[in-house]
Design a protein. Structure first.
Length: 202
């Protein structure tokens, strides 16, 4: 069993107990839970790890100002929108947007590994990148990313690092995807409904 995947699935599911909200503390804990998995992709993923960690810290700082008021992470963003500060580079809105995008990439990568038992980690990472983050990157960033994606470990090495390969790993991946994808869909709906899915590339 992969404790990393199972625990992440539990954290993700705990983030959206209601019909519309996403609980801030639980969601940030879920994002932190991605980091040990990102680490297993190799040192080339340091930038993604740093980006996730920085955005989690930014939202955690906002949450810490009023835990009750900002119990739902969307409340943090909506207050920022009321102030007209949502498009700032260091805004909480931007932090949520890029956390979601980074999560999209990681989940898409894991989904590819789940769906194809023969695909290499490098190919899965490349396929996931071109359907997610690539759409939000400049040419320069994309070129750097393509190099990084070739430096990931083998599929077997990655699975050994996060748990026991085999049928149980497939089940654990399924459990994670089943829990995480509705969370991402809920966040995407919020961003789309409020015109916050900014198209500025980095």
């Amino acid at each position: 069993m992969s404790q990393l995947l199972v625990q992440l699935a539990e954290a993700a599911r705990a983030s959206y107990p209601g019909e519309q909200d996403v609980l801030t503390a639980q969601y940030l804990e879920t994002c932190r839970g991605l980091l040990p998995i990102v680490d297993k992709f190799g040192t080339g993923f340091t930038l993604i790890r740093s980006d996730i960690g920085g955005n989690v810290d930014r939202l955690a700082a906002a949450y810490g100002k009023d835990n009750a008021k900002f119990r739902d992470i969307f409340a943090i963003v909506l207050e920022e929108v009321q102030r007209g500060e949502q498009e700032g580079k260091h805004s909480e809105t931007n932090a949520l947007l890029w956390l979601k995008r980074a999560s999209d990439f990681i989940v898409a990568l894991l989904h590819r590994l789940h769906d194809d038992s023969q695909v290499s980690l490098s190919t899965a990472a490349s396929d996931a990148y071109y359907t997610t983050l690539y759409n939000h990157h400049t040419w320069y960033t994309s070129a750097a990313f393509v190099v990084v994606l070739k430096l990931v470990p083998s599929r077997d090495t990655f699975f050994q690092a996060i748990g026991t390969p085999g049928q149980q790993m497939q089940q654990d991946l399924h459990t994670l995807l089943e829990a995480y994808e509705p969370l991402l869909a809920r966040i995407q709906k919020f961003l789309t409904d409020h015109d916050l899915d900014f198209s500025i590339n980095v």
